[in-house]
Design a binder for this molecule. Structure first.
Ligand SMILES: [Ca+2]
Length: 301
């Protein structure tokens, strides 16, 4: 019998591969990823180091018999070292080297599963792990529940990291949220929230956000606090209608909306339609679709 949700379903070993955790990636993109930010792959480096150490000491029977002991002696410090340098999020990468630039890196979410993410190392001191990004309209965000749960897109461009990944991350430590926005005149603003987390799938990935700080965008998110996430094929909003369908997006809708970051990319003002674009009501109203918006989290200090 299919479980109603996956909250208590253990992750299979196959799901723990980096490939499974990456977001909507083709083989070509994967090749690019492997070349990119190599310094951010401590696990592979550690594995290679450990293997090399082992092989140098395996050329006699005496040593072979001592392999278990040698392994313990050699691998112990290495494994301890690896566990301490596996970044759980972009803030840890930033702390290791504050000159690292914004870009795509690998992090290990709270349960150790690797994730490819875009790290914003510039905004408000840097170290932000991006979980949502719109920038050029190249990707269709009108997608079903399973894709919003697991993630989609390309971390080099537009993408959604996946509700399950965000849930595991925000369960592991306390995070703040930054929502960066840009209009088609190049003006940028932000909304910042000192506390952000989401529930598990059985809880509808319910939004918990508070502590608004105004960076010029106004607060279009606090009214969504406490709402479950909805997609066109999973209506969990507080309205008698299907808000994801009505507003052509996917979000923590209540019986209305102030923000629609996953709405239709529409290249600026268009008064022929309203409440369907990439919108942040308190900045641009309901007929202006933003050029760029990104939602990102960083541990609270
Ligand atoms: Ca509804």
């Amino acid at each position: 019998m299919e479980p109603k949700c996956r909250c208590d379903v253990p992750v299979s070993p196959a799901d723990k591969s980096p490939a499974a955790a990456r977001v909507g990636q083709t083989e070509g993109e994967a090749a690019v990823w492997r070349r990119h930010k190599v310094s951010s792959l401590p696990a592979a480096e550690c594995s290679d180091r450990a293997t090399a150490g082992f092989l140098h000491k395996s050329d006699t029977m005496t040593v072979v018999q001592l392999i278990p002991v040698v392994l313990l002696v050699l691998l112990g410090p290495v494994l301890i070292s690896c566990s301490t340098i596996r970044p759980m999020d972009c803030s840890e990468i930033h702390q290791q080297n504050k000159t690292q630039s914004s870009g795509v890196y690998v992090i290990y979410r709270g349960d150790g599963i690797p994730l490819q993410v875009y790290c914003d190392m510039d905004s408000l001191g840097g170290g932000w792990t991006v979980f949502q990004r719109r920038m050029d309209g190249s990707l269709n965000f009108y997608r079903p529940w399973d894709q919003y749960r697991n993630g989609f897109g390309n971390t080099f461009g537009e993408y959604w990291l996946g509700l399950d990944n965000v849930y595991v991350m925000t369960k592991t430590r306390k995070y703040e949220l930054l929502v960066d926005m840009e209009d088609f005149d190049g003006k940028t603003v932000y909304a910042r929230f000192t506390s952000f987390s989401i529930g598990d799938e059985c809880d509808g990935y319910k939004l918990k956000v508070s502590g608004f700080i105004n960076g010029g965008a106004g607060d279009s998110l606090s009214l969504h606090n406490g709402q479950k996430f909805s997609t066109f094929d999973k209506d969990q909003d507080a309205s008698g209608n299907n808000m994801a369908v009505l507003h052509v997006g996917a979000f923590w809708y209540y019986n209305s909306l102030y923000a629609n970051p996953n709405g239709v990319y529409r290249w600026g003002p268009d008064s022929s339609h309203y409440y369907i674009g990439v919108e942040w009501y308190t900045w641009k109203g309901t007929t202006y679709s933003l050029k760029g918006i990104s939602m990102k989290i960083r541990p609270v200090k």
